[in-house]
Design a protein around this ligand. Structure first.
Ligand code: ADP
Ligand code: 5GP
Length: 217
């Protein structure tokens, strides 16, 4: 039986650098799939429909909820966000690892539905850095930034519920941490049952393909 892909959920406060880190990891690991979410917020300058998000109306989003279209969905900062099942399930079945960038509610829902998923909390080096990054990004109004900063304190209190915490101080270092988590998770004995059964049955070929070792190097 072919190995299934790994689901890795990145979460944390707005401005911690989740999006930047995910992009950096995807550049290092082109074999990794990124799940494009649906949102009902308007696109920011430079955001492309179907690349950064699928930008839908509230009506379309809520209708999709009733059809069971989403793996998880949540209302975040007054807008709806959701992960289409179609962005995740077929890839996992094909053995492709999938990266999700979700708010805390979404990360919790995914862990409940798919306990095999690996959750990573991205922590900024300080609250001052978080505030500074958010205002440098310049995508929210002062009032929106205030709401996001307030929410950040609550999120950070929940960091201990995650499998891993990565501090995004130096981007290069944080990206390497995220990659190391991916590699280590593949080596977990619980994810190597097929390989171990193969050994027990005297079948020892194609270990790289079926086993958990880093397949891209
Ligand atoms: P999030 O997706 O968590 O809301 P972003 O990825 O949009 O955060 O990052 C917020 C801002 O911080 C962006 O302007 C980004 O360029 C910057 N940033 C991300 N990581 C770092 C880092 N390690 N050091 C300095 N600035 C960073
Ligand atoms: P932004 O509007 O800044 O792109 O994202 C706001 C928040 O929504 C971020 O914390 C991001 O992780 C989260 N988010 C993005 N897509 C999804 C999704 O599909 N589901 C959930 N639950 N949160 C999402």
């Amino acid at each position: 039986m072919a190995r299934k892909g790994l689901l890795i959920v990145v979460s944390g406060p707005s401005g911690a650098g989740k999006g930047t880190l995910c992009q950096a990891l995807l550049r290092r690991r082109p074999d990794l799939g990124f799940s494009v979410s649906v949102t009902t917020r308007p696109p920011r300058a430079g955001e492309v429909d179907g690349v950064h998000y699928f930008f839908w109306s509230e009506e379309r989003f809520l209708e999709a909820v009733t059809r069971g279209y989403f793996l998880e969905w949540a209302r975040v900062y007054g807008r709806h966000y959701g992960t289409p099942l179609s962005e995740v399930v077929p890839r996992l079945e094909d053995g492709v690892d999938v990266l999700l960038d979700l708010d805390i509610q979404g990360a919790r829902q995914v862990k409940q539905r798919m306990p095999d998923a690996v959750s990573v909390f991205i922590l900024p080096p300080s609250l001052e850095a978080l505030e500074e990054r958010m205002s440098r990004r310049g995508t929210e109004s002062a009032e929106e930034r205030r709401l996001r900063l307030e929410a950040a304190l609550g999120f950070i209190a929940a960091a201990g519920d995650f499998d891993y915490v990565v501090v995004n101080d130096n981007l290069e270092e944080a990206t390497r941490c995220l990659e190391a988590i991916l590699v280590a998770e593949h080596c977990r004995s619980a994810r190597q049952r097929e390989l171990l059964r193969g050994f027990a049955a005297g079948r020892t070929r194609n270990l790289g393909r079926e086993g958990g070792q880093d397949r891209t190097r």
